[in-house]
Design a protein around this ligand. Sequence first.
Ligand SMILES: Cc1cc2nc3c(=O)[nH]c(=O)nc-3n(C[C@H](O)[C@H](O)[C@H](O)COP(=O)(O)OP(=O)(O)OC[C@H]3O[C@@H](n4cnc5c(N)ncnc54)[C@H](O)[C@@H]3O)c2cc1C
Length: 355
Amino acid sequence: MKEFDYIIIGGGCAGLSLAYELEIHEKLKNKTLAIIEPRPEYKRDKTWSFWKVVPHNFDDCVKKSWKNFSINVPGKTIHLECKNYPYQSIDSGLFYEKINNKLKENKNISFFKDISEISTKNSFIFNSVPNIKKNHLNLWQHFCGVEIRTKNDFFDEEIFNLMDFDCEQRESVHFFYTLPYSKNKALVETTWLSKMNDNSQKDYDKQIKDYINGHLGIKDYEIIYKEEGAIPLFYPLYEKEKNKINIGTAGGMTRLSTGYTFLNIQEHSKYLRNQIENISNSKRFEISKKYQFLDDIFLRVLNKNPERMSDIFFKMFKTPPKTVIKFLSNKSNFLEDLKIIVKMPKWIFIKALFD
Ligand SMILES: Cc1cc2nc3c(=O)[nH]c(=O)nc-3n(C[C@H](O)[C@H](O)[C@H](O)COP(=O)(O)OP(=O)(O)OC[C@H]3O[C@@H](n4cnc5c(N)ncnc54)[C@H](O)[C@@H]3O)c2cc1C
């Protein structure tokens, strides 16, 4: 059976980002890499968006970038600026194409559909397939989004809507998210933060239709793309193994309070590329303990007080946008953390500490 120096299990966002990072830094000139990916073909299946707080390799896959955003709760809206950290939206179709075209050039890189096709005995493994045990206590961010094309110009393409809580909450946390790509095209997403044990929340198509028709007042439109997903707001199980590192969602790269993962995956890939010559002995890369601690408290508050969350998010964004963005993107300093913390309702956060 064929042997490889490195194996990447899962050629999705994390697997391909790592392979690309290794390839462009010439780490695969004298090393072999197998990528295990079962999907029959690569096509657009996700939209990865984030505030660009650090450089990454995929500016040319950005579908649209914004310098302004808004947040709504019933009867109130805040408009915020993010010109220092533009919000970028990456088209996964362009991302897959760019990376696969690059990887094809190197004969040391091979793709397989199943791990059983190769020997794993002497390889170093990067695994992006999470080990998730269903547990009714775990929180998820689950969502469905459609890209629509309207007959008439409707959207203000200069400003995206991060969260619109002016919608049914059904004793949970629910908001809409709208990314206007142009005056007549936008991604409209219904997003829930919940334990996913209430199937009635999954009437996504109806929620989206009602929002577009009733709330936005758009009657004449067509759906040109759809995506659906669920991001675990807990860390997948991690067993320490000598010749294996978990990456992506499996590797704990999701910021649990927000679901943002893409940019953490990029930073992890750069870290692994820097460590690659000594990978077996490298220290594990993780989202800093400070954010793990703060997110844990935040999710406990969310779990106990879903009805307070729209107000809590709204208050958080009353801090200067640069501060909140850095906080939500793991780049804040102590003073910036404090600025956010003082905006939070003290009592329920203190209570959550002892729950
Ligand atoms: C629809 C959607 C939208 C998202 N939007 C954002 C966003 O806007 N911003 C953000 O920061 N994050 C976002 N996320 C979260 C996160 O960035 C993505 O989930 C990201 O794709 C995670 O990368 P990954 O490599 O861990 O997982 P994936 O990209 O899912 O890659 C895992 C790969 O493993 C393959 N695989 C599955 N089973 C096996 C197996 N047995 N053997 C080998 N391979 C296997 C899959 O086919 C897949 O290609 C989103 C997630 C989803 C689902």
